[in-house]
Design a protein around this ligand. Structure first.
Ligand SMILES: Cc1cc2nc3c(=O)[nH]c(=O)nc-3n(C[C@H](O)[C@H](O)[C@H](O)COP(=O)(O)O)c2cc1C
Length: 173
């Protein structure tokens, strides 16, 4: 049993190499809208979604992360766009809300043929001064923390079709 949404869900794979090709502004806007419409704990929506479309700015953040984590050459896979969901540090559900929004972003992106991958490396280090300075320059509120981010771009290679997934499912009647 399938339909267009299920097809998109089933064929999305994490993409870790991107073409240098711009994402149309209207598609990026639509992707961001789906993030805003994701479920959030108690409907609080204490979040903001910041899309960085300038490759140099993205790489400035990657370089700062690389330095903080001691991971030489870390470049977040050089995406065309980086979406940074941020959430009020006081939000009790910030991390869960972040995951819901990211999945909407990944699926909406793939519905346009745009690849994506979760970037987790800011988690726990977003308040280090060198990182916060860059987040400030992106207009991310000072009281917001960042959990996972979304790297986006057109895939450099076609994602694998037949992947093995090992999680079990069961239906109990
Ligand atoms: C909580 C979480 C953190 C992740 N962090 C990263 C990451 O930092 N870098 C990365 O390349 N992939 C990351 N991923 C992507 C997973 O590696 C990927 O979803 C998994 O290997 C399954 O592959 P698929 O997305 O192609 O189905 C993360 C995924 C989740 C859910």
């Amino acid at each position: 049993m399938t339909n267009a949404v299920i097809e998109t869900l089933m064929t999305r794979r994490s993409v870790r190499a991107f073409q240098e090709k711009a994402i149309p502004a209207d598609q990026l806007q639509a992707i961001l809208e789906t993030a805003r419409f994701a479920p959030s704990g108690m409907g609080r929506q204490t979040w903001k979604f910041t899309a960085v479309t300038n490759r140099e700015k993205i790489q400035k953040l990657a370089a700062a992360i690389s330095k903080e984590l001691g991971r030489e050459g870390y470049n977040m896979y050089q995406p065309e766009v980086l979406i940074i969901p941020s959430n009020d540090v006081e939000s009790p559900f910030g991390k869960e809300d972040n995951a819901c929004a990211l999945e909407n972003i990944f699926i909406a992106a793939w519905s346009f043929g745009i690849g994506s991958v979760w970037i987790n490396q800011l988690q726990g280090i977003c308040d280090r001064p060198a990182i916060r300075e860059i987040l400030d320059s992106f207009g991310i509120p000072k009281n917001h923390v960042v959990y996972g981010m979304a790297a986006l771009g057109y895939p450099a290679q076609e994602p694998k079709k037949n992947v093995e997934k090992i999680g079990e499912v069961a239906i109990v009647e």
